[in-house]
Design a protein around this ligand. Structure first.
Ligand SMILES: Cc1ncc(COP(=O)(O)O)c(C=O)c1O
Length: 387
């Protein structure tokens, strides 16, 4: 079979590959502690599940509008308006099956072949994959440990050219847990403001923030019209499998993204959307309790990793990942990923799964119980202390 040439440019998410290897070991009887997958381990809050059941019984089982149910778009507009302090019209909202399609659709809609897109590296691997897919130039902005995995603003400015069409930011960040400061955002905004450059602001970890408050670049003067806010329900409400996310963007772009929805999914699952309305409008305690749990786990995993020979781990301010420096173990990230899986029974990801600037690091997701995190730390220590 001959595959289209573009398929050779499409990347993937290695988290799913490591998960498959871990499952294969489990099938052979090995016990694995899963710290590789980026999804909350909590159940979806009961009120949201009940809303979905009710929606099924009420017949929300048919096609709906391609850009999302009006009532959900209104609820999202209100939520984004409240959390970012900007006016949002429901017609600026497009609901998609998970937030991921917003990356795909906005890049397809805005970026031509040969254009340049600046994206964080290490970063969520799908950015680079889709940029390459549309035959644009992927321009990484390295996120360095010495800069708390934030942008080096001077370096960022030096990467902007006449061909730059989009800048992708993600705060709190996957895989480092890094958070951009308001000053960082102001500098980024000032750099792109008078240019033909859009900002894709991935804010899916907005609520999982342990210090300070969230700042969205869209809230800065003159930036709303230049920003696509990407957000969703997967992380905030532990709803990864429901496939429910959205983008907030200027109306003319929303019309193009809606057309891409018509051409691909038709619409997002109707009863998931009904549950999404309850998620936004119902009680929020369960979601905040998850954040409290993540906070405790973060402290346990950071302290534990810093006691392991050759590991050095910053304390991230957000998301549910840590990104320790493992250079002094003498192993490469890939080697250590494999050793930890096969010898310690701990599934983690090589930093290089998130781009070349992730070399020398591992990513652990602490979406697991404190008991399992402590067990994993002990196992890692046992294996690594023998190097
Ligand atoms: C940074 C980031 N953005 C977006 C997503 C996509 O989330 P979803 O498509 O489940 O809404 C993820 C999921 O891991 C993520 O880490």
């Amino acid at each position: 079979m001959n595959f289209a040439e573009r398929m050779s440019r499409l990347g993937t998410e290695t988290a799913f590959e490591v998960l498959a290897k871990a499952k294969a070991l489990e099938a052979k009887g090995k016990e694995i502690i899963h710290l590789e997958i980026g999804e909350p381990d909590f159940d979806t809050p009961v009120n949201i599940r009940e809303a979905a059941k009710k929606a099924l019984d009420e017949g929300w089982t048919h096609y709906g509008p391609a850009n999302g149910l009006p009532e959900l778009r209104k609820a999202i507009a209100e939520e984004v308006s409240k959390t970012r302090g900007i006016p949002v019209d429901p017609d600026e909202v497009v609901v998609t099956p998970g937030a991921k399609p917003i990356m795909f659709f906005t890049i397809l809609a805005l970026v031509n072949e040969g254009d340049e897109v600046i994206y964080p590296n290490p970063g969520f691997p799908i950015y680079e994959s889709v940029i390459n897919f549309v035959n644009a130039k992927a321009v990484p902005i390295p996120l360095r440990e010495e800069n708390e995995f934030r942008f080096d603003i001077n370096e960022f400015k030096s990467l902007v050219t006449e061909k730059t069409r989009m800048v992708i930011i993600n705060s709190p960040q996957n895989p480092t847990g890094g958070v951009l400061t308001k000053e960082d955002l102001v500098e980024i905004a000032n750099t792109v403001k008078n240019k033909n450059i859009m900002v894709l602001s991935d804010e899916v970890y907005i609520r999982i923030l342990y210090e300070g408050e969230h700042h969205s670049i869209a809230s800065l003067d003159g930036m709303k019209e230049k920003t696509i806010i990407l957000d969703g329900f997967s992380k905030t409400y532990s709803m990864t499998g429901w496939r429910l996310g959205y983008g907030v963007m200027p109306k003319d772009l929303a019309a193009h993204v809606t057309k891409l929805m018509v051409n691909s999914n038709s619409c997002t699952c109707s009863f998931s959307q009904r549950a999404g309305i309850e998620a936004l409008k119902g009680p929020q305690e369960e979601s905040y309790k998850m954040v409290e749990q993540f906070h405790k786990r973060r402290d346990v995993i950071v302290d534990g990793l810093n006691k392991i020979k050759g590991f050095k781990c910053l304390k991230p301010k957000g998301a549910f990942y840590v990104f320790p420096n493992i250079k002094e173990t003498g192993k490469s990230s890939k080697e250590l990923e494999s050793i930890l899986l096969n010898e310690a029974g701990v599934a983690a990801l090589s930093g290089t799964s998130f781009g070349k600037f992730g070399d020398g690091y591992l990513r652990f997701s602490y979406a697991n119980s404190i008991e399992n995190i402590e067990k994993a730390l002990e196992r890692i220590d046992n294996v690594v202390s023998k190097f």
